[in-house]
Write a protein that binds this ligand. Structure first.
Ligand SMILES: [Zn+2]
Length: 484
């Protein structure tokens, strides 16, 4: 994610646009009644499936009710029909999952909507709701290790998460002509039921029906041509690479498109709301050029296409949605496009399992902005680093340790800027050849997987042959200005 306002004023050294006020995401909700049993019976506990209850959270201590325990999702089939005139969404979500222990009940995350029917392996299930937790009680218990499928039929008016001073509005956001869909950190639950935490990647198929004349843009590739019947058009998209829930999108409305391939041959699709018509060619060309350049710096592009979407919703931010970064109500500067496309490697292909590690996404994407600016003949990464380092010892950036992002202030400027500075300090310490080899090795070793800060430190030490704990401790985990 990048703040649009921050990008527009990119020449200033410290902008403080990424507010320090707490975000109002659903962290800290209490556990719904009846769902507080432990995730798994440890040895000595009962082995009977009838005693097994899926936890209401996936185990991220900073976001205790985000995601769920007891299963891993392999695949989502999201079918939605949305009418911007009535703001009515009707949906059918199909989930293929594998139980990680026996389950007599398990949870999905869903915010709002009326749920009319749930089946598990074809049999009608009962369900309960408490806040954003949807508890499913299958007719028959699910065995440890069993593959099972869930089908949820639901409808209503989507309610995005609003008024978060740290994040603005996110989720499925109705607009004049459609919807802007950007879900970090936990807004997927505002449009489909699922396991809404980055620790459970899955593949996705989308079938999105909208009034004829509108375009629906989801992740991955179009499957066949859109089909129009009875005044409605259905778009089928498929993301065949693993994806975390907050990167899903279904932005829809009036759009002008340009498609083709980058110079290196990667399919490229740019889409803009008609209000941003003049930005279409620039978005297309810059996205292509930057994707090709990052492929030489970070290693091969991990997905099947690149591009971007500018919608007419003034989100004030951009989000790195897999294959289709979303720019909410502004024509992005090159450095912002460079940031969102760097996330395709750092955040999308390589994903964090705990939000405290967010610098592994944002520090890398911010450093990529500096690399791009230098590549284009602007100020060097070294100069960017020194400008930021000039902040006095009492500056806010030194009071927030970026290696442990705080749930109440997840997107603090330190996670971005000091995270990027950490990489530059590392580069100075281990030298360019090892540093850039480290980036490519990191990306290749964890492609489509999950990463932690400890794993990054271990790899950096291994490739450099240096003891780097003091450097990472000073830059990531200390609430004071590191010495140079
Ligand atoms: Zn970002």
């Amino acid at each position: 994610m990048a703040s649009g306002r921050r990008a527009i004023a990119a020449t200033a050294t410290f902008l403080g646009i990424l507010s320090t006020v707490a975000c109002s995401a659903s962290s800290g909700e209490s556990v719904p009644p009846g769902s507080s049993a432990p995730t798994r019976a440890l040895d000595g506990g009962t082995k009977q499936a009838s005693d097994r209850i899926g936890a209401p959270g996936i185990g991220d201590p900073d976001f205790p009710t985000d995601g769920n325990g007891g299963y891993d999702v392999d695949h989502y089939r999201l079918k939605i029909d949305y009418d911007p005139a009535t703001k009515h969404l009707s949906g059918v979500t199909g989930i293929e999952a594998t139980a990680t222990h026996g389950l007599t009940r398990f949870n999905l995350d869903l915010s709002g909507f009326e749920v009319s029917r749930i089946t598990v392996d074809g049999d009608t299930a009962t369900f309960e709701r408490a806040r954003d937790e949807l508890t499913v009680i299958p007719a028959k218990p699910i065995s440890d290790g069993a593959a099972f499928n869930v089908r949820v039929v639901y409808a209503g008016e989507p309610r995005p998460v609003r008024g978060s001073s740290n994040l603005g509005t996110y989720g499925f956001i109705p607009t004049e002509d459609g919807a802007f869909v950007a879900c970090q950190p936990n807004g997927a639950k505002t449009w489909f039921p699922g396991n809404d935490h980055p620790a459970d990647k899955a593949r996705y198929d989308f079938e999105i029906t909208v009034p004829a004349g509108l375009t629906a843009l989801a992740n991955g590739e179009l499957v066949g041509e859109p089909k129009t019947a009875g005044g409605k058009t259905t778009f089928v998209w498929r993301e065949s690479h693993p994806m975390v829930s907050y990167l899903t999108t279904a932005t829809l409305g009036k759009f002008e498109l340009r498609r083709g391939t980058t110079a290196a041959g990667i399919p490229n699709l740019a889409a803009v709301d008609p209000r941003y018509r003049n930005a279409l060619d620039g978005l297309y060309t810059k996205s292509g050029r930057i994707t090709d350049y990052w492929s030489t710096v970070f290693g091969p592009y991990p997905f099947s296409s690149t591009g971007g979407v500018i919608d007419n919703f003034s989100a004030g931010y951009a989000l790195e949605n897999q294959t289709k970064p979303q720019y909410g109500g502004f024509d992005p500067e090159e450095s912002t496009i460079a940031h969102e496309l760097a996330h395709q490697w750092f955040g999308d292909s390589l994903s964090i399992t705990r939000w405290k590690d967010l610098w592994l996404n944002e520090g890398f994407a911010t450093y990529a902005e500096w690399l791009w600016t230098e590549h284009e003949g602007g100020i060097t990464a070294e100069k960017a680093f020194r400008d930021h380092y000039a902040a006095g010892p009492d500056a806010a950036i030194w009071k927030y340790a970026p290696g442990r992002a705080r749930p109440t202030d997840l997107f603090n400027n330190s996670v971005y800027t000091r995270g990027g500075m950490t990489l530059h300090a590392l580069r100075q310490r281990i030298g360019d050849p090892v540093f850039f080899k480290l980036l490519k090795t990191w990306v290749a070793q964890h492609k489509y997987g999950y990463v932690t800060t400890d794993e990054f430190v271990t790899l950096a030490e291994k490739l450099s042959g240096k003891q780097l704990d003091p450097l990472f401790d000073a830059w990531l985990f200390t609430e004071k200005k590191p010495a140079l």
